[in-house]
Design a binder for this molecule. Structure first.
Ligand code: GLU
Length: 362
């Protein structure tokens, strides 16, 4: 059975996990990486734009410094990432050079997705790199990322990147062949998943070699939810399957295919719902709840009961009813100080325009 994609695959994000990059001796799996780089270069030469999101900095840093076990404190992990990222990029650039393809390093933090300006800037930079037929190799900027500004894992990062560049497909390569369940002691792989419901979520088990990898299947499914909601289909496949990338792109039934959502969430709405971290909460009265939920109106100042947090104009905030139930998220026009200021003067000021509001599904 051949898979068909709703739109032709012209731009693909490929996420390569740490277990694909390094073996249990914490050294690069050179033969596997050479093969994947060859496959990516071939796609690039066929005119398919490839964006690579690669983990592996920390594990290669451990290998480089001769550490046997992964430390748990942030500073040590940041130091290892600093060491390992250069090993990672050197490995990639040597292999890409052999295939006459150029690559570029892009290190991102959560803040690049959290501010609309930086989000647009990152998108322009990546598109400019692709315009030169260069393959961007993205990783989290682990060396400066603290807990507050961390993505958490590269599965999520790859889903956000896929949304950022409007990719046609996201491929997550790891050491498993796809989503599977164990039945009567047998492993059964899913070839496709229409919707990530509670049953599918329940299959997100399986061991993770915590010395090498982060996240596991649960992180992959969470990332796939983000990407499929941005109308991007996803495939989980094994990095060691021969010719995996071309086969996936040609619709061969390799790995597990996750269908994208029909109702395309617009980039802005996607950013408001999934990407930006809310900077505060606005509590609104019952009249405003009805105006927002049933009449599609903007949020006006008289409906605001209370503001919490330190938000500025253009930040994303949570809008809740008086029972603390979230009803929407939106981009606020005023800072918290401005709202308090104009409240004293009264008037029908528009605090959040209806086009900047995303209602929660109830
Ligand atoms: N950014 C981390 C690294 O390069 C990996 C995070 C992850 O695997 O999710 O080591």
């Amino acid at each position: 059975m051949i898979r068909t994609f709703k739109r032709p695959i012209k731009r693909v994000v490929i996420k390569v996990g740490s277990s694909v990059i390094a073996d249990y001796t914490l050294k690069a799996r050179s033969a596997q990486l050479r093969s994947l780089v060859g496959q990516m270069s071939a796609l690039n030469q066929q005119g398919i734009e490839v964006i690579l999101v690669s983990s592996g900095a920390i594990v290669l840093g451990m290998g480089e410094l001769g550490l046997k076990t992964r430390p748990s404190d942030l500073a040590s992990l940041q130091a290892l990432a600093a060491v390992g990222q250069t090993v990672l990029m050197k490995t990639y650039s040597v292999f890409f050079k052999k295939t006459d393809t150029k690559c570029a390093q892009v290190l991102l933090t959560w803040e690049d997705f959290d501010s609309r300006n930086r989000y647009n800037n990152a998108s322009h930079t990546l598109k400019a790199i692709l315009a030169h037929k260069v393959i961007p190799i993205i990783n989290e900027n682990d060396t400066i990322s603290t807990d507050e500004i961390k993505f958490g894992d590269n599965d999520k990062l790859s889903a956000l990147v896929a949304g950022l560049v409007h990719a046609d497909l996201l491929i997550l390569l790891s050491d498993v062949k796809g989503l599977y369940e164990k039945r009567d002691g047998k492993t059964q792989y899913f070839t496709e998943v229409k919707e990530i419901n509670a049953d599918i979520q329940g299959m997100a088990t399986g061991s993770v070699n915590a010395n090498i990898s982060k996240g596991g299947m649960a992180a992959k499914l969470a990332a796939i939810k983000i990407a499929t909601h941005a109308n991007i289909p996803c495939v989980i496949a094994s990095g060691s399957t021969k010719n995996v990338l071309a086969d996936v792109i040609n619709g061969q039934p390799v790995g597990t295919f996750f269908f994208s959502k029909e109702d395309k969430t617009l980039a802005r709405r996607h950013w408001i719902s999934f990407i930006a971290k809310p900077k505060g909460t606005i509590t609104v009265d019952d009249g405003a709840v009805a105006a927002l939920l049933t009449r599609g109106k903007s949020l006006l100042l008289p409906g605001v009961v209370k503001c919490e947090g330190h938000f500025k104009a253009d930040d994303v905030v949570i809008i809740q009813d008086q029972h603390a139930g979230e009803i929407a998220r939106g981009i606020v026009h005023y800072s918290v100080a401005d709202i308090l200021n104009i409240s004293e003067k009264k008037g029908q000021h528009e605090v959040i325009h209806c086009d900047d509001l995303v209602l929660c599904k109830r």
